[in-house]
Design a protein around this ligand. Structure first.
Ligand SMILES: NC(=O)C1=CN([C@@H]2O[C@H](COP(=O)(O)OP(=O)(O)OC[C@H]3O[C@@H](n4cnc5c(N)ncnc54)[C@H](O)[C@@H]3O)[C@@H](O)[C@H]2O)C=CC1
Ligand SMILES: O=C(CO)COP(=O)(O)O
Length: 316
């Protein structure tokens, strides 16, 4: 929708022919954005080769853990000069790779042909054309500027950044912190707890980012603080909502059963922890989320452990 509103010719690929048919005939996406009319210029196809033909940008937006398998399938039909763009906010399980790294590896392209779009961009608000700012990140600033021009509309304001590592990390870790804040909300812990988790969550994201070579300023921007605030405060956030259900006492299985869309933090909390351990960085909130989500630790016990860690200076 954003690209079409910005004047681009857009072909959407979906694996399910019934959804493709619905988009082409009713100009709505009934499964994901019911009640929202898509620009008529957006055409859909179930054929990835047709969608990718002559594309300047190939925008990838599927659950992070499915990227390697899907892109392996799609790579042969991608135009050799297209820029591959990730909207995904996760870290691959097992390899602890960021999405741009997986894309570079599978599609066999250099970092100057991979871009990332991230920020406080809750899909439903954007589809309702409510105003939002965003970050378009690419190591090659000229590529970021081309993509920026391709998606700048009256309601969508993208900024460029060349810190791809920081932008991707901000997007992935905010989902984990969103889960933590949701759990706290579900437990009824109050706004001091929420603000403390957001702030210390940003501190651990920044600490990890610096160890990975990111720029600290990125975490104070839209891809860091901006997305964290949107996720931790919005009822539209799947990660936040997922956390609320856990905090209210639902089990992981019960919460998964009532969650229809992807809450990336549920899987990526483990890969973010893996990444932090590879870099020797402490991420206590992420560790706590993993213990609640995957080890079944009761939230009250996890809270007590988090609060009773050894006393520290705020800045280390
Ligand atoms: N929904 C949102 O507000 C935002 C989502 N994102 C990110 O975008 C990425 C995708 O999220 P959503 O679109 O919200 O997820 P979703 O779960 O709503 O849908 C993802 C799409 O991928 C398809 N899909 C699911 N499993 C698949 C598989 N195994 N193979 C091929 N296609 C598959 C689904 O049918 C759907 O079309 C995530 O990384 C998320 O963090 C980023 C910004 C905002
Ligand atoms: O990334 C998002 C907003 O920027 C969407 O958050 P959720 O995946 O938690 O819904």
């Amino acid at each position: 929708m954003v690209l079409a509103d910005a004047g681009c010719e857009v072909t959407l690929h979906h694996r399910r022919p019934a959804l493709v048919e619905a988009i082409n005939t009713t100009h709505t996406n009934p499964d994901y954005l019911p009640g929202i009319e898509l620009p008529h210029a957006v055409r859909a196809t179930a054929d990835p080769a047709e969608a990718a033909r002559d594309a300047d940008f190939v925008i990838l937006t599927i659950p992070s853990q499915t990227v390697r398998a899907n892109l392996t399938m799609w790579a042969p039909v991608l135009p050799s000069d297209a820029v591959l763009v990730s909207l995904m906010k996760g870290v691959e399980l097992g390899t602890a790779k960021r999405m741009s790294e997986v894309i570079e590896e599978v599609a066999k392209v250099g970092p100057d042909r991979v871009a990332v779009v991230t920020g406080p961009n809750l899909a439903k608000e954007i589809a309702s054309r409510q105003p939002a700012a965003s970050v378009v990140a690419c190591r090659d600033e000229a590529v970021a500027q081309r993509l920026q021009a391709a998606c700048h509309t009256a309601y969508f304001r993208p900024y460029t950044n060349t810190d791809v590592v920081g932008c991707e990390l901000g997007g992935a870790v905010k989902n984990v912190i969103g889960l933590a804040v949701g759990i706290a909300d579900g437990m009824g812990l109050g706004d001091n707890a929420k603000a403390s988790l957001i702030t210390r969550g940003l501190a651990e994201t920044t600490r990890l980012g610096l160890a990975m070579g990111a720029d600290a300023h990125t975490f104070a921007g839209l891809a860091g603080l901006g997305d964290l605030v949107a996720t931790c405060s919005s009822p539209l956030s799947r990660n936040h909502t997922f956390g609320i259900n856990l905090g209210r006492g639902m089990t992981l299985e019960q919460t998964l059963a009532v969650t229809k869309q992807t809450a990336e933090g549920v899987k990526s909390c483990e890969s973010v922890l893996d990444l932090a351990r590879r870099h020797g960085v402490e991420v206590p909130i992420t560790e706590t989320v993993v213990s609640i989500v995957h080890d079944g630790k009761p939230p009250l016990v996890a809270l007590k452990e988090l609060m009773s860690r050894s006393a520290k200076a705020e800045r280390r």
